[in-house]
Design a protein around this ligand. Structure first.
Ligand SMILES: Cc1cc2nc3c(=O)[nH]c(=O)nc-3n(C[C@H](O)[C@H](O)[C@H](O)COP(=O)(O)OP(=O)(O)OC[C@H]3O[C@@H](n4cnc5c(N)ncnc54)[C@H](O)[C@@H]3O)c2cc1C
Length: 484
């Protein structure tokens, strides 16, 4: 029987698995994280911790499938600019078809009714007019906001359904894939226990799907075969998490939940965009072991009086510089150094005035994250901050109050994307039978398109298996191999 390795069971891996669950092949699933039912909610949210644990936890670390456990907003529209670049790979119609499949799966497994956020005609003409007057570009999107509190139930239910309908799955949770080797007759996966190492094993496969996310992107670059792929340097987004009053943004929140507004800065001609809005949500730390970023999330039931969202400046670099990730991480570490190890927070008024924030005790906006008050300008390039301030001034024309002195800015919020890997429409790389999907391929940047790329890879392998029917009958039963 043919053997398939799936490395990483995050947003993309889960949908690849769903697509492949019934094929006549033996499927081995490897993931650093614990099995889904053991993945826990954020200990800070639960009041068990006040700061992130020293090792990034499974809640928001990118190595552990963050977005489909944290906030879990799923962009459902086939867009050329939002959520990834699959539009360029497969076109609008094919992308929309797969996104509809993702939507249907999530809604089927949701424990409560999840509303689809979709602007109506009146909302669309409202935002188009407002955005144009503010010199911004609005990008249409429909989305599903599942919330951090519903995410465990949805993911676990999808996985349980896959298990119930399959006979040929072998799970290796709590297992880190140490290396993936390309051999003349397939692939060799070498893995070991993650929390309790010391039991290194290796298995051979005919097909391999790599779905290790952004957290596994560095690991991918360390594999011997990586240099044989067709790759192009990725992009970084450097920015801040903005926290303001939910009353300043309530009109757009009510109409759109998260309108995608892009702006080209006069100062540097850079593209500036908003990302990950959390009306009535909370700012959170995002612990990457070597450095701490900020992020935000919202919940279906518990609400704050604030809104938080990221404002990001996208940068790509040309020769001779080849390491955009290191650039953004260096900025993040500089901020952490000034803050004594975590994020910094500064009032917008203080940033404009060129002075550090010393206290927030009388500030109109009460912070939802306890961060060190300071001066972000000591760590961030002027070009980036000037573009962000311009963006907020433009947004203030749509959401009056957003650019007020009391608005809080948290740093660092940096997103780095892996190198872009050349793939076919089914995510197969230039190495035969090797599929790289999700954020580690750099074709996706969110749960919706990551899941879509998983479906595409699953479809591709299914087609290949169908033309090569297996001779030996399937007799393997689903079993979970837990190495921890
Ligand atoms: C805090 C945070 C919040 C986010 N919120 C959203 C959101 O609301 N909506 C949205 O669309 N996007 C969101 N994103 C982005 C989203 O998480 C990603 O786009 C999406 O998860 C990508 O899916 P993926 O399958 O490529 O990777 P992931 O979902 O990250 O999955 C990768 C998997 O691979 C495993 N892995 C990695 N390396 C190895 C290895 N060597 N061996 C074995 N297993 C390995 C990891 O444990 C993980 O389970 C968020 C990201 C972060 C960091």
């Amino acid at each position: 029987m043919q053997k398939i390795a799936l490395i990483g069971l995050g947003a993309s891996g889960l949908f690849a698995l769903k697509e492949l669950a019934n094929v006549e092949a033996e499927l081995h699933i490897f993931d650093v994280g614990p099995s889904y039912e053991k993945r826990y909610a954020c200990p800070i949210d639960q009041g068990k911790l006040t700061v992130c644990p020293p090792k990034a936890c499974s809640y928001c670390a990118p190595g552990q499938s963050a977005g489909s456990w944290n906030d879990f907003k799923v962009i459902l529209s086939a867009s050329q600019v939002i959520g990834g670049r699959l539009y360029d790979l497969i076109g609008e119609v094919e992308l929309q078809k797969r996104l509809d499949k993702v939507r249907e799966t999530i809604l089927t497994h949701a424990p409560v009714e999840i509303p689809i956020v979709k602007p109506n005609e009146e909302d669309l003409s409202w935002i188009k007019r407002k955005a144009t007057l503010a010199n911004m570009t609005y990008h249409y999107q429909e989305l599903l906001h599942c919330g951090s509190d519903n995410a465990p139930a949805i993911n676990t239910s999808i996985l349980e359904d896959i298990k119930a309908n399959s006979r040929n799955l072998v799970f290796h949770f709590d297992s880190k894939v140490l290396s993936l080797k390309v051999k003349s007759d397939g692939f060799e996966v070498v893995f070991d226990g993650y929390k309790k190492p010391g039991n290194t094993q290796n298995l051979n496969f005919d097909y391999c799907i790599v779905s290790v996310g952004r957290g596994g992107a560095h690991w991918l670059t360390q594999q011997d075969f990586y240099k044989n792929l067709d790759i192009h340097p990725g992009q970084v987004d450097i920015g801040l998490r903005v926290e303001t009053s939910c009353y300043f943004t309530e009109e757009v929140d009510k109409r759109f939940y998260e309108p995608k507004l892009y702006y080209r800065s006069k100062h540097a001609n850079d593209i500036v965009r908003n990302f990950c809005s959390n009306p009535k949500g909370f700012v959170t730390p995002e612990n990457h072991r070597d450095y701490v970023l900020v992020n935000g999330h919202s919940k279906m039931y518990e609400k704050s009086e604030n809104n938080n969202f990221a404002v990001l400046v996208s940068k790509t670099f040309t020769r001779p510089f080849k390491n955009p990730q290191q650039y953004s991480q260096t900025i993040a570490k500089l901020v952490n150094m000034l803050a004594g190890g975590g994020p910094l927070v500064q009032r917008l008024g203080d940033l404009r005035a060129g002075r550090r924030t010393k206290t927030l005790s009388n500030n109109l906006i009460k912070p939802s994250l306890e961060a060190e008050c300071g001066d972000i300008a000591l760590a961030f390039p002027h070009r980036i901050l000037a573009s962000i301030i311009e963006y907020l001034d433009a947004l203030d024309k749509i959401c009056p109050g957003v650019a007020s002195d009391a608005t809080l800015l948290y740093a660092p919020e940096c997103k780095s994307y892996p190198d872009s890997i050349t793939v076919t429409k089914n995510m197969e790389t230039t190495i035969k039978n090797l599929y790289i999907i999700g954020d580690s391929s750099s074709w996706t940047r969110g749960v919706g398109q990551a899941a879509t790329s998983g479906i595409l890879a699953g479809e591709g392998i299914k087609q290949k298996l169908e033309v090569k029917p297996s001779i030996i009958p399937v007799n393997l039963h689903t079993k979970t191999q837990n190495l921890a």
